[in-house]
Design a protein around this ligand. Structure first.
Ligand code: SER
Length: 888
């Protein structure tokens, strides 16, 4: 029966090809334009609109092997990975789909044929049993009468608490969306494995493994538990490739199938891991390398939000498990080649993005290592003294809030050791913390709650001025009939040439004039389809329902337009120079500059920056026509026009097209020919977070200004070093060589002087028994030199007290006492004694103390007093003292 995973995948697809299905490739892990879905979680996702009847397809019978991720939302298996033998974050789902072709009977017959026929998977039918939804009589009859299963092999699964459509055999894609009753096929590993039959209230165990889910999509689930019956029901089936492999390879854990064995063995070999280590950690790592690599290959990078956050969680979880089996930083990225090998036919996307995947994993591990080490150290300490095996929520919160150690990692750590966390207390703490954050965020924010649902007609693509009617006026959130007396407020017009801030482009400013007064608009924003003019009355008043002339600040608008078109050219230039993987992360376009954030995980060299700048300027010089048109979003995607992956678009979208150079979905305003931009200059390029970089740039007059500024600086440098353009670099190089030489000479001289000084001080001691006491005054010495003096003296005079006063802007005191002597006279006690009599501040340890004297006494008096005091103290402490003042 043994079949390689690769063969199983292919056999499944061949079977359905034989049954006249069209084989579709796996869609991306990220489904564009579906805000309900974080990552693709089932084979049917790419067909969601067809299931719901929004779209039709000529292919009525389809089959696929789909990459899936179950790490959030309705289907989340992340926490289970490592603790069960069946769960994964990333897996492949084999599925067949019928849209208006076959329904229940054929889908069940197909499944049975593929699983049990000798020619195909050849599983013993006696080893299979099924579940059905309690009200799905039709499926029951098919299993019973056509397939011939006995009653005890057809288990009916009831709704939970008698609530409609809540049974485990009623499948939902997400909280809302396509859903319907399902029938599942289970494989029985036999009595030797612990477990109870599906649907049983007792521990389900590992004996019965769900291998295939056949869903009849009959409803569209909407909020408030509303189920709409679909006009035409369809079939959606899903079989986890890793699970069916475990059956056909006769192993009891998915982690024992060929592809996982290959990864786990590969890791063990690469890092010399003994067979004794915790196998669970290896399972987690082997699962998480698959999910993180495929996510990164889909251009999602670790971050603190949305998909990036899920990815970060997965990587960090893997790293923590790695540390638990002794894998040091940075191990995780080194597994990528092993993974690529294991995925064989399904590895193209990984090979294509290998460098990117490795770099990002490495950086993330590097970045996280310190936090992880600190957090783990604290956790390990804390769990030593637990009461009732419960970890205090305060510690979990401290780790998270102060150290940035993720809560889910603490939870995972505790789960592994069977330690409980006081979750109620933790939740309360987090809630309080969030509330404070939100309060801070919204303090002083002026919110306008608008109660009209009409649309403002935007005519600003073609006109800068428009006669129109005032529809609404607001002051401090209240709708009013007129605005006057220098009041600040918001105005909504029937139509307007003012662009409302969106898509990175700032809002227009200008004036709204009526026969009664002038309203100066300083910003324009959008609220749904309504455009809001924010401003202040500068003369007279403006009344509701009256005729006004709305006129934008055209000079400012023209500058914004140059910058906006340049932003599109920059985006195209970045893709050309750095590669198609570059994705826009955000942008700001105003009349002054362009700010463009994008994904890229390496530093940009000066040469690369200049290459990007040059490319954009080339596009400008070509003076290409900029045109706009609308098309269907679907069409735009097909044509590979550029759009933001996490933005929701309407069905009809506007394209800004600059020949073949750039075709981007955009609602902004633009120049009509690229030549109008005149010049483009990058003024700054930096990294703003891991994997995200920022370019700031200017155009037109500002770009020239920037060039002049640089030239002026250069000119000043030339004047300062008296050089002309041709020998400038040579001259600076000479200056640097000279500077290096001088510094070296200077160092030699100072060192010689230091030796002389140490010699001089060495002679000025007082000897008490065999102990040498130094008290010496220095002037304006550098701290590093003073420390060197102390060091040298101490080496020469094994038992000594060295007291140095350095008089510069302040009076500094340093005391060093050799080890044995410091037990009788500790340096920190001595300095405090001094500060009791002579005002000052400082401290230290037994061997060394230092401080600043801030007494108002004259320097002479300070020195005298200090000397007397210290000697008296030292004398007192050392028994049988004897002065030998000959050298003092
Ligand atoms: N959509 C169903 C599932 O994910 C069948 O493919 O189980």
């Amino acid at each position: 029966m043994y079949k390689k995973t690769e063969i199983i995948r292919q056999t499944f697809l061949n079977f359905f090809k034989n049954k006249n299905h069209i084989i579709y490739p796996s869609s991306s892990l990220i489904i564009d334009n579906d805000p309900t879905l974080l990552f693709t979680n089932a084979g049917m996702n790419q067909f969601k609109d067809i299931f719901l009847g929004y779209k039709t397809t000529k292919d009525k019978k389809i089959a696929s092997a789909q990459y899936c991720l179950r790490t959030g939302g309705k289907h989340n298996d992340l926490e289970n990975v490592g603790y069960t033998s069946r769960h994964h974050t990333f897996f492949e789902m084999l599925g067949n789909f019928s849209f208006g072709s076959y329904l229940k009977k054929k889908s069940i017959i197909y499944a049975w044929e593929l699983l049990t026929e000798k020619k195909w998977f050849n599983i013993d039918p006696n080893k299979l049993l099924v579940t059905i939804y309690e009200y799905d009589i039709e499926s029951y009859k098919i299993w019973k009468n056509i397939i011939g299963l006995s009653n005890n092999k057809i288990i009916s699964i009831k709704n939970k608490n008698n609530v409609q459509y809540t049974s485990d055999n009623f499948w939902n894609m997400e909280k809302y969306g396509p859903c319907g009753p399902c029938t599942e096929i289970f494989y029985d590993y036999g009595e030797s494995v612990h477990g109870n039959i599906p649907g049983s209230k007792k521990d389900i165990g590992d004996r019965f493994l769900e291998i295939w889910n056949i869903v009849f999509i009959e409803y569209h689930k909407l909020p408030k538990k509303k189920f709409i019956k679909l006009k035409s029901p369809s079939v959606d089936t899903g079989m986890g490739l890793e699970r069916i492999s475990s059956v056909l390879q006769n192993v009891k854990s998915n982690y024992d199938i060929d592809i996982f064995r290959q990864i786990i063995q590969g890791i063990k070999k690469k890092f010399n891991i003994s067979n004794k280590v915790n196998h669970k950690a290896l399972q987690v790592i082997s699962d998480h390398i698959r999910s993180s690599a495929y996510i990164i290959a889909n251009n999602v990078f670790p971050s603190n939000e949305h998909r990036g956050y899920v990815l970060r969680k997965i990587i960090r979880r893997a790293i923590r498990h790695g540390r638990s089996i002794g894998l040091k930083k940075c191990f995780f990225y080194k597994i990528v080649p092993i993974l690529i090998k294991s995925m064989n036919q399904a590895n193209h996307i990984l090979i294509h993005n290998k460098n990117q995947i490795e770099n990002i994993l490495k950086m993330e591990e590097l970045q996280f290592s310190d936090t992880l080490n600190k957090g783990l150290k604290i956790l390990k300490e804390e769990v030593k003294n637990l009461k009732n095996n419960i970890l205090d929520a305060n510690i979990v919160f401290y780790l998270y809030d102060t150290l940035g150690f993720p809560i889910d990692l603490t939870q995972d750590f505790c789960k592994e050791k069977n330690i409980q966390i006081d979750m109620n207390k933790l939740k309360k703490k987090i809630k309080k913390h969030k509330k404070l954050n939100i309060q801070e965020k919204y303090q002083n924010k002026n919110k306008l709650s608008i109660s009209i649902n009409k649309k403002t007609n935007f005519i600003g693509y073609n006109f800068s001025k428009q006669k129109t009617i005032v529809k609404k006026i607001y002051i401090e959130n209240k709708s009013i009939n007129k605005i006057n007396k220098k009041n600040k407020g918001q105005i909504i017009l029937q139509s307007t040439p003012f662009y409302g801030q969106s898509g990175g482009q700032i809002g227009d400013s200008g004036t709204i004039k009526s026969k009664d007064g002038i309203f100066k608009v300083y910003n324009t924003t959008k609220y749904g389809n309504i455009i809001i003019h924010h401003g202040k009355i500068s003369l007279g008043k403006i009344k509701k329902n009256t005729l006004v002339t709305a006129k934008i600040d055209i000079k400012k608008r023209k500058l914004i337009e140059k910058n906006h078109t340049a932003t599109h050219l920059l985006h195209a230039g970045l893709k050309k120079i750095l590669g198609e993987n570059v994705l826009q992360k955000g942008s700001l376009v105003n009349e002054k500059k362009i700010r463009f954030d994008y994904t890229y995980f390496k530093n940009l060299s000066f040469k690369k920056i200049k290459k990007i700048e040059k490319t954009v300027n080339k596009y400008i010089q070509k003076n290409i026509k900029v045109i706009s048109f609308t098309t269907k979003f679907k069409n735009a995607k097909k044509k590979k026009y550029v759009f933001l992956k996490n933005k929701i678009y309407q069905n009809n979208v506007r394209i800004i097209s600059i020949n073949s150079i750039s075709n981007e979905l955009c609602s902004g305003t633009h120049v009509s020919k690229t030549g109008e931009i005149i010049l483009f200059k990058i003024i700054n390029e930096s990294s703003i977070s891991f994997g995200t970089r920022r370019i700031e740039a200017v155009t037109y007059k500002k770009a020239f200004k920037e060039t002049y500024k640089k030239e002026k600086k250069l000119n000043t440098i030339q004047k300062l070093i008296q050089s002309n353009d041709s020998d400038l670099i040579k001259k600076i190089q000479n200056i640097l060589i000279m500077q290096k030489k001088l510094l070296k000479n200077n160092k030699n001289i100072t060192e010689k002087l230091l030796i002389l000084l140490i010699k001089k001080i060495s002679k000025k001691y007082i000897k008490i028994n065999n102990h040498y006491i130094f008290f010496y005054i220095l002037y304006n010495e550098k701290n590093s030199y003073i420390l060197k003096i102390i060091d040298q003296l101490q080496k020469k005079f094994q038992s000594s007290v060295i007291i140095l006063i350095n008089i510069s802007k302040k009076i500094y005191l340093k005391i060093k006492i050799s080890k044995k002597l410091s037990k009788i006279i500790p340096a920190n006690t001595l300095i405090l004694k001094i500060f009791k009599k002579i005002s000052g501040k400082g401290g230290g340890n037994m061997n060394f103390s230092e401080g600043i004297i801030n007494s108002s006494l004259s320097i002479n008096k300070i020195i005298k007093k200090c000397k007397k005091l210290t000697f008296a103290k030292i004398q007192k402490k050392i028994n049988n003292y004897k002065f030998s003042t000959k050298n003092y």
